[in-house]
Design a protein around this ligand. Structure first.
Ligand SMILES: Nc1ncnc2c1ncn2[C@@H]1O[C@H](COP(=O)(O)OP(=O)(O)OP(=O)(O)O)[C@@H](O)[C@H]1O
Length: 214
């Protein structure tokens, strides 16, 4: 029987920071449509794991495979396939919401003004498109970052570090539904959050790093 090549795979993954092993021998495989929530106590290595998956750090040991090939040898494929939103909103305060989004999109694929305005409207920022982001609230700044998830033709793999931070209840529910929809349409979501998701796709799984502590 032939084995389907996973979209993203971690094989015997270990991560050490500052001489401290955070986790060892971690294995998981994600197919198109899967959602993986990384959980665990503060300092257990959730952000560190996401940064490995996003190609921002090298594992201490083990491999990460993207569609069956080593991630480290696929920088351009990763840039094409990955949408990474880190723990900080990662937006520039002097730029407007529209300018921030245009700049962030340029990292992957350009989006036209109409698409950017529609994405900002989808995250509830209608009327705030052209004000400098430093004048927005923390939740609104988070929404600017998250608007990338509402652009057409997003990359298939979304790696999101604490995406619900600073969002209000409605924003949380809306984002949960959007992530589930992305999976139902064949995308892959890997996220960290300390909150338990109310809306999960059928493919949802949780990986508790507290149980993999070295
Ligand atoms: N920039 C850094 N330099 C050195 N060590 C770091 C750095 N960032 C994190 N670490 C170390 O790695 C450990 C894990 O950090 P990480 O941010 O991955 O944890 P986390 O599970 O995401 O925590 P939290 O729930 O608090 O966000 C930390 O306890 C710290 O010792």
């Amino acid at each position: 029987m032939t084995r389907t090549v996973p979209f993203l795979e971690a094989v015997a993954l270990s991560c050490e920071r500052d001489w401290r092993m955070l986790f060892e021998h971690l294995d998981f495989a994600l197919q198109a449509g899967d959602m993986l929530q990384i959980s665990g106590p503060n300092g257990s290595g959730k952000t560190s794991l996401l940064r490995l998956l996003a190609g921002l750090r090298q594992p201490t040991a083990g491999d990460i495979l993207l569609q069956g090939r080593a991630l480290a040898q696929q920088r351009s494929e990763l840039a094409h396939d990955l949408l990474w939103i880190g723990h900080a909103a990662g937006i520039k305060g002097l730029l407007t919401a529209e300018e921030n989004l245009a700049w962030l999109c340029a990292l992957h694929r350009a989006a036209d003004r109409e698409a950017i305005w529609q994405a900002l409207e989808a995250v509830g920022l209608r009327g705030f498109e052209d004000v400098p982001c430093h004048t927005l609230s923390a939740g609104q700044q988070r929404r600017v970052a998250l608007a990338r998830l509402y652009l057409p033709d997003t990359p298939p793999l979304w790696v999101l570090d604490e995406p619900f931070t600073a969002l209000d209840k409605h924003g949380v529910a809306q984002l949960e539904a959007h992530l589930a929809r992305h999976c139902e349409q064949g995308g892959v979501v890997v996220l960290t959050t300390h909150h338990s998701l109310a809306h999960k796709p059928a493919t949802y799984r949780e990986l508790d790093l507290g149980q993999h502590a070295a």
